[in-house]
Design a protein around this ligand. Sequence first.
Ligand SMILES: Nc1ncnc2c1ncn2[C@@H]1O[C@H](COP(=O)(O)OP(=O)(O)OP(=O)(O)O)[C@@H](O)[C@H]1O
Ligand SMILES: [Mg+2]
Length: 271
Amino acid sequence: MMPLLEIKNLKIEFGRGLDALRAVDGVSLTLEAGETLCVVGESGSGKTVTALSIARLVPSPPARYAGGEILLQGRDVLKMSAAELRGIRGRVVSYVFQEPGASLNPVFRVGHQIKESLQLHRHVTIQADIIDLLRELKQRLGMAIVLITHNLGIVADLADRVAVMYAGQIVETAPARALLKQPLHPYTQALMLSVPGLGARSERLPAIPGSVPQLGAFPSGCRFHPRCARVRPDCSLEVPDLLEVEPGRWVRCPYWGYEPRISGSESEVST
Ligand SMILES: Nc1ncnc2c1ncn2[C@@H]1O[C@H](COP(=O)(O)OP(=O)(O)OP(=O)(O)O)[C@@H](O)[C@H]1O
Ligand SMILES: [Mg+2]
């Protein structure tokens, strides 16, 4: 059966010509009906731009869809007419924003089932309610969910798969359980160390050193290498490929096999 959504090698740029900056750089994702995919990554990694592109809602200009395909039920969203796009927005693809006022334009029609259920649930709507609601809707309607979050606790609760983004690229994608049990990319490991109740065990959570590089100022080679705890001299030379290290598990680091240190303790890693 064809996946509900298949994003292939998507590239989205802001600006024109030599000044164009690539915010989404070769992202590929597959979503089956009934599946929940969580996209995680620090601010500016390209999560929102990727998600909005599914209904071609990243306005162009300033954006340019510079390459790739977004196959929704087999039809390429990037080739749809304005009328076809109107037909999918709010019907086939719906967006729910956690902070409606803060996000882009409120031009999105939320799928009516979701609106209805949110109204039914209106008292204080807390995160746990939303998580329950999404789980129920997914079961009832067989819909798929792409959930963008900074919260790896939500990933543990809801996700079937996880895609970890950094500087416009996916650096790791895996079944949620496997990724939470053993993150393989140094960035995923660092991200998990900074989340209470997951990898991190101490009271003081270590932040990932350094900051996310600005669009247009990505470092050479692996974009994470200046912040990586396990950096090697050749990490600055070439952008690593995504490697399939187990079935369904992809990691953008040639040194993924090295012992991850997610325990947060100082104990020796046996060799
Ligand atoms: N309209 C725009 N013009 C120029 N650059 C943009 C525009 N929208 C987004 N970008 C850039 O694209 C990159 C990805 O942004 P995006 O909003 O997708 O990040 P994000 O992962 O969703 O971050 P956050 O966690 O803060 O929501 C950022 O560098 C951002 O500055
Ligand atoms: Mg965002």
